[in-house]
Design a protein. Sequence first.
Length: 461
Amino acid sequence: MDIESTNSKILHLAEKAGATQAEVFGIIVRTSGVYIDDDIAKMGTSQTELGFGLKLIIDKKIGYTSSTLTLESVDDLVSRASSMAKVSSPDLKFKSLPSPKKVSGSPERFYDKNTAHLDSEYLTDKAMLVVESAASDSVTVPNGTLRASSVDFKVMNSLGVDAGSKSTMVYGFFTAKAEVSGAVGEGVQRCWSREVSEIEFDKVGEKLKEQALSVLKADAFKEKWDNVIAVLAPSETAQLLNRIIEFSASGENVNKKSSPWTDKVGDTVANEVLTIYDNGLSERGLLSALVDDEGMPMKKTSVIEKGILTSYLNDSYNAAQLDLESTSNGMRRGAREINGAFAAPVTCRITTLEITPSTKTVDDMVSEIDKGVFIEHFAWPQVEPTSGSFSNEIRNARLIENGELTSQIKHALHVGNLYESLKGDLYIANDIQVQGISDIGVNGSVILPTIAFSGTELVGQ
């Protein structure tokens, strides 16, 4: 089934059914993958998903539905959307679907042919390279997953939007277990890229082994340290910053007055060393495309410039309420799970956050800290986005004393407020990494270095 012709047919039938406006999103996702179970590669998979989402509007009444069209026809899809719109309450905030804008560049700009055509056999070899690089007499890899996906999507609406893009993405997640004389250590590594050639799978395995063995040496932290500087690995910072920025800079939350940054454009929200962009055209961004998921040309938007809040992020719906242009942040696709992207309409989400690095190495950063902690891995990094408060369990970390890494610790809580830490002393390194967001159903990728936050607490358990 061809996406473009099917989109056109759905759109034509929607207008014929009485739609004032209509929007169709068609997407095809091809995924190959392999799973690791106790050092052994199992369950190689290969699947293709084709799906369509239809937003049908009658005056200000909106109906949205979706289908793979495997068990029903295009007519069924349109009929259901029309019925939903007719029984819906008017959305008085809705003004219009977006009008078309000029889109420049090749639809394959963010598409890597080698990655798109990977099969399970190739991925099995790479996954086993991770396992073999991590293996030792005391270290195993209990589980892991490695998948490669290619994405081709197209958006059309009744105002003339007709645009799409192609992309590729690789995602890997592996855990290691070290066991010596009854003591157990754990390692966790994720790898993300638009191109498989950029991932050094042997180094992923070596890092897994290093993490797992280092935890064996760790002691439970029993003290309480106040006013600690916490150096966070990029994988952990990405989860926290993504949550805060996506919530606070969201035009939707600004419209609802639920964002703590409502009416704060032009105000200082962070230390002057911090600059953050939302860049839908990032060459390394996992969600990069020519257009966002409602067909608006992707762009690079300054969110925080030297500590100053410079812009909110908007899809067309929320931008209209603020009398602003869309920043092309109407998203459906995710950096972890792409399948099912057609099942819901766009929401106002980030694309790729880019944090500007400094010229300092991580060693330089650590050498400037008298009392702190270097955190490699939380049990699960979380932050409450309204207040900024967090309390995360440390699984793997080292204390910093007088500019040097000292004792290995575990089973402590890292406690603080991220909004306050952003305004305090920040230390930013130069070791740029690509990180995706691990939460299922959450969009976004983050390109960032190691960052240290001040004014936090380290609490023993």
